[in-house]
Ligand binder design. Sequence first.
Ligand code: SF4
Length: 459
Amino acid sequence: MGHEAPGAQREFKVFLGRCQTYDVQEIQGVIARGLDELGVVVAGENIVIKPNLVFAHPVHGRNGYTRPEVVEGLVRCLRQRSAGMRITLVEKCGVGVPTRVMFRRAGYYGLSRRLGVKLQPVEEDYLAPVTLEKGKVHRSLRLSRTMVHSDYLVFMPKLKTNVLSGGVTAALKLNMGSITDRERMQGHHHQLDAKIVDILEAACPRLIVTDAVEIAAGGNQMTQGGYHLGLIIMATDPVAHDLVAATILGLDPGKVGHLQEALSRGYGPPGIDAVELTGDVTLEEAGTVVRELIQAEPILVHDFPSPMRITSGQPYCAGGCHGVFLDWLYMIKDRQPHKIDRFPPLQVVIGEPGKVVEGNVLAVGRCACESGKLRGRVSRIKGCPPTHRGIILHMWLRHWILGPFVRAELVADAYLVYPLIQFKTWLKRLFTGGGRRNVLGKGRQGKYGTDGRTGHPAG
Ligand code: SF4
């Protein structure tokens, strides 16, 4: 596929298509109009679609993933226009849990059977290293080989709020699910914005089709509530797309760190004013609907109302300890709000506190754990940052706060199914030569790099 010249008008065009329901035919029609408006021809034999399946659960995670009906609408539309495509859905869900389980809970296996598309969890695929030229956190990354070898990459985010990434998760943040768990946690702190943009160099979609029929907002990225917005958002440039997505959520794109980082590296349009909007709904109209529903701008963790006294030390890591703990608080608020008033009166310290903190202290993250200023009865959650899983487990076992994710099937997923899958994949990579020997060499990294292979301006 050819590279579109930087600044070409259609790169920065965003289509806002009205779509009132999750009816596949309606979705297919909207996507067909969007493709025509954007002038997109999806071509190639090997098409990879990456949805957002960070977490799906029939009780606790009903709103935070890309609905299969939207994926089905796109697949049917593509197949109608071009026969013979091999379509694979590639995804890595949240850290430490198996993606195949999320595919099942989100209803993707039925989609796979009906349409003959393949489901490929990243953690079960061979990996391909991609060298980065502009990376600040990463010099190289290992991505799913299926994704790296694809002819055409489509991102299908869910529009939702996320306290870890400046209030919005859309096309750029979706890329966190393109890499392995281990690399996902590297630099997942005050450098998260730079990290997100690093991955863009390795995996940049040529088309974005976003499920905003219902958005998820106002709480934890996995458990928050759903609100009807009635939109499908489409674009060919992920930065242009996310500038619009953030604005729809009522955020100032100038305050969203990863968007500013992308713009500063020369990706995308110069700003939202350079984005051409098309479709059925204006930006003002979409934004007004959202403003009436939610407050997207995340609060600071120490402002979260609860019996816990939270001290935010330095650095303030919205993408790290502070954000992950805030996300845990929101998880309780989303699913079990009655429990918040019954929290123990802990002194929670996140980051290096800069002063002595005494009493029943909970240190969250390495900076707090290694601080010499904590006195009294101190429990520690280690990591930079700790994982959601680590916080959930610690709060349960040490402070008797039984969070919504402490359920037999979720514990089995994390501590039984996932390790077994990892072991099986390790054996597969070891014995079928798909590990070190078959990965892309350094000279191939341009496929998804800065040479325009994905249609992204080299900047
Ligand atoms: S330990 Fe936590 S507060 Fe310290 S740098 Fe890492 S993420 Fe930030």
